[in-house]
Design a protein around this ligand. Structure first.
Ligand code: GDP
Ligand code: GDP
Length: 455
């Protein structure tokens, strides 16, 4: 009954601060140079996503929290694409496909001064097939004289073309209102993760770390006949594999098999793929190439996993390339490089020789175990009571915030809500997180802690 009372108290706290339904996702899609970045900047109200006239500059951030007319949503910005690489049309289509799959609604931008191209038509076919709501943007209509250019886009069969000048702002409010009108309140793509059945694993990592080699090592031999597992629905981009004699879903493997690295602009594409895979996965294996120093791109992939709230396993691949001395040095470097995520299980493997690939199973189980963990409110509060009595929050400005009580509002990943008499500073939250991990495990999972202040 004590738990019930505390949970009831948690219920009447502000709704926007707790575990939330996933925000709806709006993707901005179109050929290079049609003005996607310009429009995205207008929505986000900043210059951060720099508009480029110079080709070859890529970004790798994929989605941004955005707000329009009081609605919050995630904006997927595909404006980071390489502008004039070889095989461009194929890549535009491919990236559009991923972006569309990730989105609840799509803003499809066409350059009205150019008119629809063959690539545009290709994207239109994908949009139709997806069945998702589309808002057609006729961009670069800088003045009323050009309205006829916009009207020509009725021919695409996507309904009304909204004339916009992303550059000057003309019509951009109206088109965003139209997008809000078709965007659902809660995302239907980001959730819910399927419950039950084989667990869902994403193999992620920057290009060339060995994802496709690992996929082949796992799936090449022991591919399962999908129909043999009851209650599974088949998504052609996922593969069911046997690992440790149990079935697992490897999600979004089509993206791994369709190898697009070594071309310019591939970084951004890789991030988009990673994001799409993470959305469908419960746990991610981040592959790292042991034979070269950790790169910023590796760290970013790890951060993507944490931000997505997925369980995390780190796999140091290409271990066969290392001699004993190098292995020793690497172990030391890893301690430093990954100090922030010491909680993640680590395995050293060789996708090439299959050495220790089976050890992934234990790491996956451990990480998923942490991700699933739920602590009762009673246990949590007696733990916090002792912890804060022994290590009170520092006094600030003559005041000392006290923790009143806490509850684990959610698992997968574990989310905690702490009720306190004042602002709990970042360092102290980190301290609580560390102690939670020491006491309750939470191996392999990010933890979220939010604080609500009560007078
Ligand atoms: P993206 O590749 O689709 O992200 O396109 P950008 O946003 O980078 O825009 C490509 C070029 O088109 C830039 O030089 C922009 O300044 C220009 N541009 C974008 N929107 C408009 C517009 O509404 N009118 C005009 N005249 N130019 C625009
Ligand atoms: P992906 O881009 O992440 O899919 O990486 P790939 O699987 O294509 O691997 C990139 C390169 O690394 C290829 O030449 C692979 O043969 C090589 N590679 C992958 N795993 C290993 C490994 O465990 N040991 C060694 N020596 N090479 C590997």
């Amino acid at each position: 009954e004590e738990d019930a009372a505390l949970l009831a108290a948690a219920d009447d706290a502000p709704a926007h601060d707790g575990p939330e339904a996933p925000l709806p996702v709006l993707a901005v899609v179109g050929r290079p140079n049609v003005g996607k970045s310009t429009l995205v900047n207008r929505v986000l109200g900043r210059r951060e996503a720099v508009v480029q006239d110079v080709p070859g500059v890529t970004r790798d951030r994929v989605s941004y929290p955005a707000e329009w007319a009081g609605r919050q949503f995630m904006l997927v910005d595909t404006g980071g694409w390489e502008h004039d690489a070889a095989g461009l049309n194929a890549r535009v289509a491919e990236q559009a496909e991923v972006a569309i799959a990730m989105a609840d609604a799509v803003m499809f931008i066409v350059d009205a001064t150019v008119g629809p191209t063959a690539t545009d038509e290709q994207v239109v076919r994908m949009l139709r097939k997806s069945g998702k709501p589309v808002v057609l943007v006729a961009n670069k209509v800088d003045s009323p004289v050009q309205e006829s250019d916009a009207a020509a886009l009725w021919s695409l069969g996507l309904g009304q073309p909204w004339s916009v000048s992303a550059l000057h702002g003309r019509g951009s409010g109206d088109v965003l209102d139209a997008a809000m009108a078709v965007l659902p309140e809660v995302s239907g793509v980001a959730s819910p993760l399927p419950e039950g059945g084989p667990r869902r694993v994403a193999l992620v990592g920057r290009p060339n770390v060995g994802k496709s080699s690992l996929l082949n090592a796992i799936a090449g031999r022991d591919r399962v006949v999908v129909d043999s597992v009851a209650g599974t629905t088949r998504d052609p981009v996922d593969e069911l594999v046997l690992l440790g004699n149990r079935p697992w879903w490897l999600v979004d493997t089509a993206g791994i098999r369709r190898r697009v690295h070594q071309t310019k602009g591939a970084d951004f594409y890789a991030s988009l793929r990673t994001q799409a895979a993470l959305e469908k996965a419960e746990v991610a294996v981040v592959l790292i190439d042991s034979s070269v120093p950790l790169t910023e791109q590796d760290t970013r992939v790890i951060q993507q996993v944490i931000d997505a709230g997925r369980a995390l396993v780190i796999a140091y691949n290409k271990w066969d390339l290392m001699d004993d001395d190098q292995r020793h040095l690497l172990e030391r470097a890893v301690e430093q490089d990954l100090v922030q995520i010491q909680w993640a299980p680590r395995v050293n493997i060789s996708a090439k020789t299959r050495w220790h690939v089976d050890r992934l199973v234990k790491a996956l189980d451990t990480a998923l175990g942490g991700w699933d963990t739920r602590i009762s409110t009673g246990k949590l509060n007696s733990f916090l009571g002792e912890l804060t009595a022994a290590n009170p929050h520092p006094v600030r400005g003559g005041k000392q915030p006290r923790i009143l009580f806490a509850t684990q509002a959610d698992s997968r990943p574990p989310r905690f809500v702490i009720f306190a008499t004042g602002f709990i500073e970042h360092g102290y939250r980190r301290f609580i997180e560390r102690k939670l991990r020491e006491n309750f495990g939470f191996v392999g999972t990010p933890i979220e802690i939010s604080v609500r202040v009560r007078e």
